[in-house]
Ligand binder design. Structure first.
Ligand code: PFF
Ligand code: NA
Length: 446
């Protein structure tokens, strides 16, 4: 069996799948609004520091575990050390909960493909809040997004999506660059550019660090074993170090570009940088209006965002579905239908929490109360994913052992940053993530 798991037909195929999982709504939708809410340049600076310290380090760690054990996330940890499969189990729960609300936002993107043609009107902000707070329409779009993801996963045709991504990702990149050019040349854009690239050090608070840490995990699809699974299909002569450098670099490039597409325009049009989850949906249509053939351009742009979201949601669903297949011996179809139904129902709650159910709040250990949508986001990005990453680092540093991991990495190539990586994975990552996790719960404040 093991021998038949196969490997990627090409290095490019692996990179496309990994980049397809990483680049998604996290980059285009979440990163710009988090930057807008957390002091602009201050957030960007902390984000970049954390990518350098943690992102590359954990990306390499996950890929190495997967390639060594040659199994899925749960199986890989368990195979290296019996009883440690639960780290992969963390990832299953995280993937399940993330997709429940990710699909709601995916639905918003679908709506905006349509709305690019039918028109949004002058009040971009009102249009968005009207739409997301209405009881039925966003749930229909959520159903379509979830359904499409499920169909692709049932048919096992994600390979087709990866092929499509070879074309669509570069296309998205090109359109993003054009949008950036339009945005930064708007009257009054300079203030937004300054806001985005100049870190105001007094703005670097604990809250900013917590938000940036969660975003690093979310954006790189780390802390839930996806990269373990993908790494398991890599051949032994693959240069893991190079891949672990390339994927976070590309992902961060797209996020930064998205920031340049949105924040200068936010200031130029007089919107609020702290607008929150609506930032992309309010700002982009206003930018497209300032472009020739803006309606078509806008529809195409949201279509490409939709594909980026879909290639991420497939990887999210795959983790959950594979769990059902392996642990409960369900068929792929049964597992997909079962979990899709559950995620769809939770997503209904997330969607309604934007409107009809906005008064329903979940009290949480940090002293705040969250609506369903926010709770799913906070619980996964700020707790589950960092905890998964922390456990992964401890696993390599103290259970499997760094020398064993290094031996695996060196099978494919020289390991140029061996000493640095050793210190990072064994000490810096666990200590940093642990401290931030503790402060996230508010325990340090008491
Ligand atoms: N990385 C994806 C994004 O930035 O949109 C979202 C995501 C996919 C998170 C897969 C986690 C994951 F396992
Ligand atoms: Na991402």
């Amino acid at each position: 069996m093991e021998q038949n798991r196969g490997t990627w037909s090409s290095r490019f195929g692996f990179l496309m799948a990994a980049v397809g999982s990483a680049v998604g709504l996290g980059n285009l939708w979440k990163f710009p609004y988090l930057a807008g809410e957390n002091g602009g340049g201050a957030f960007v600076l902390v984000y970049i520091v954390l990518i350098v310290l943690l992102g590359f380090t954990l990306m390499l760690a996950e890929m190495t575990i997967g390639r060594h054990a040659n199994s899925d996330a749960y199986g890989s940890y368990n195979k290296i050390k019996k009883g440690w499969g639960f780290i992969g189990g963390f990832g299953v729960l995280a993937g399940f909960l993330i997709l429940s609300y990710y699909s709601v936002v995916g639905g918003w993107v679908l709506k905006y493909i349509v709305a690019s043609f039918t028109g949004i009107g002058a009040d971009k902000s009102g249009y968005f809040s009207n739409f997301i707070s209405s009881p039925v329409e966003p749930i229909i779009y959520h159903l379509i997004f979830m359904g499409l993801t499920a169909v692709i996963v049932i048919r096992g045709i994600s390979g087709g999506i990866e092929k499509a991504a070879k074309l669509l990702m570069p296309a998205l990149f090109a359109l993003l660059v054009v949008t950036v050019l339009r945005s930064v040349t708007l009257d009054g854009a300079m203030e937004g550019i300054r806001y985005f690239i100049t870190p105001d050090f007094s703005e670097i608070t604990l809250k900013v660090v917590i938000a940036a840490l969660g975003q690093v995990f979310f954006s790189l699809s780390l802390g839930m074993g996806i990269m373990v699974t993908y790494g398991s299909y890599l051949s032994k002569d693959e240069d893991l170090e190079k891949d672990a450098f390339l994927i976070p670099s590309l992902d961060s490039l797209v996020a930064i570009l998205a920031g340049f597409a949105l924040l200068p325009a936010v200031f130029a049009f007089g919107f609020e940088p702290g607008e929150g989850p609506g930032l992309m949906f309010i700002t982009l249509p206003a930018v497209f209006e300032e472009m020739p053939l803006g309606m078509l351009f806008g529809a195409l742009f949201f279509l490409l965002v939709f594909f980026a979201a879909l290639s991420s949601s497939i990887s999210l669903m795959e983790v959950t579905v594979a769990f059902g297949i392996d642990q409960f011996k369900w068929s792929r179809k049964a597992s997909t239908i079962f979990f899709t139904t559950l995620m769809f129902i939770i997503g209904i709650g997330a969607s309604l929490s934007m409107g009809a159910w906005s008064d329903f709040l979940i009290p949480w250990i940090d002293g705040n109360s969250y609506g369903i949508f926010d709770f799913l986001d906070v619980f996964t990005s700020y707790y589950l994913l960092p905890a998964g990453g922390l456990l992964g680092a401890i696993f390599i540093g103290f259970i499997w052992g760094v020398p064993n991991a290094v031996k695996e990495i060196k099978m494919g190539s020289a390991f140029r940053t061996e000493k640095l990586w050793t210190v990072l994975i064994k000490f810096v990552v666990p200590v940093l993530v642990f401290i931030i996790l503790l402060s996230t719960t508010g325990l340090l404040d008491k």
